[in-house]
Design a binder for this molecule. Structure first.
Ligand code: NDP
Ligand code: OXD
Length: 306
């Protein structure tokens, strides 16, 4: 069995040796233009040329959860496209989002500034019941995040395409219930896949429906958010702040206003990192399952785009 590896911005060597160790007998090679045909591909944001030269692929394994970059390309129609299914990302996402929610709710930035100014002062405790958190996307990551937030007793809302029942989470589904979801939410967490339906979903109109003092946490993709609309609503005072991990252009361009906005906290697309060992083990298991005709978790539906 031949496996070709084509992952942008990824150190290839440890992946190649890890995949070879996990799939004894397989030949694993770094893709180069003109490389011989392979059975399966392990990819992250490959160029179109890669698929044009590998039209016979049986399986394409993305080393991330989001497949939006692949959905822009022409893929071999017979190939099964498989995304990472957690592989250690959901716990990271839960800790990132809980940290951001709690940091905002408990006003830790304010306390830090006070203490640095040599000021020992207290703020009035806020009511948890006033900080309902709405999670957009209740998939592998969103569900874990919603459950983690519940542990801190925040009221939690969830929005998905199809109806989801998660104990203790007030569920909303589809376009018809989106407004109700937004109006019931103060802190908005985005964990949607980027698709034509979800692009620009956080804009002036939708973010205006959040409860006053709203807060935005974007950990999915930059193109879900209309940057200028966020800034307008922060400056008008309708929104209290935002924590952003993902951006339309990454790295975030030096001149972008997000860098210096006092109400925005930034991280460099790091909320849930691909963990190499877990991912190699998962991908190797999926390649073997696909070869044997066994069920494989995390198959992408090209029609839905996720
Ligand atoms: P999943 O595919 O498991 O879940 C997607 C969820 O979004 C599902 O609940 C789905 O609904 C819902 N959804 C999709 N389209 C719509 C829509 N039009 N309206 C309402 N709900 C919709 O994805 P993951 O949880 O694994 O990952 C989510 C995203 O997180 C990834 O696509 C990626 O972009 C991002 N990500 C970011 C990382 C980072 O480091 N910042 C790391 C990893 C992922 P339904 O359940 O009905 O299908
Ligand atoms: C992913 C990511 O989609 O890291 O896995 O953004």
């Amino acid at each position: 069995m031949k496996i070709t590896f084509c992952c942008t911005d990824t150190k290839a060597e440890p992946w190649l040796t890890g995949l070879e160790a996990a799939l004894p007998g397989a030949q694993v090679a770094l893709w180069q233009p003109g490389a011989p045909p392979a059975d399966h591909a392990v990819v992250w944001a490959p160029p179109q040329q890669f698929f044009d030269e590998q039209p016979q692929l049986k399986g394409i394994f993305n080393i991330g959860a989001g497949v939006d970059a692949l959905m822009k390309l022409r893929l071999p129609p017979q190939a099964t496209l498989v995304r990472l299914d957690d592989a250690g990302m959901s716990v990271q996402m839960a800790e990132y989002v809980c940290h951001a929610v709690i940091r905002h709710f408990r006003e830790f930035d304010g306390y830090e500034a006070d203490m640095r100014a040599g000021q020992w002062s207290y703020r009035k405790p806020r009511h948890r019941a006033d900080f309902s958190v709405g999670v957009m996307g209740l998939g592998v990551l969103g569900e874990r995040v919603a459950r983690a937030l519940q542990m801190f007793e925040f009221p939690v809302n969830g929005w998905s395409r199809s109806v989801k029942t998660i104990a203790g989470v007030r569920g909303f589904a589809g376009v018809a219930q989106f407004d109700d979801f937004l109006r019931a939410t103060r802190v908005l967490v985005n964990l949607l896949p980027l698709t034509p339906d979800t692009q620009d979903v956080m804009n002036r109109e939708t973010l205006s429906k959040l409860q006053p003092g709203g807060y935005v946490i974007n950990v999915a993709r930059g193109a879900h958010l209309v940057d200028d609309d966020l800034i307008t609503l922060l400056d008008s005072g309708h929104l209290a702040g935002a924590t952003l991990d993902v951006f339309r252009t990454e790295p975030l361009p030096a001149e972008h206003p997000f860098w210096t906005h006092p109400k925005i906290s930034l991280t460099p697309h790091t909320s849930a990192r691909t963990l190499r060992e877990e991912s190699i083990a998962q991908i190797a298991g999926k390649i073997m399952a696909l070869e044997c005709g066994d069920p494989v978790a995390g198959i992408v539906d090209p029609e839905r785009g996720y």
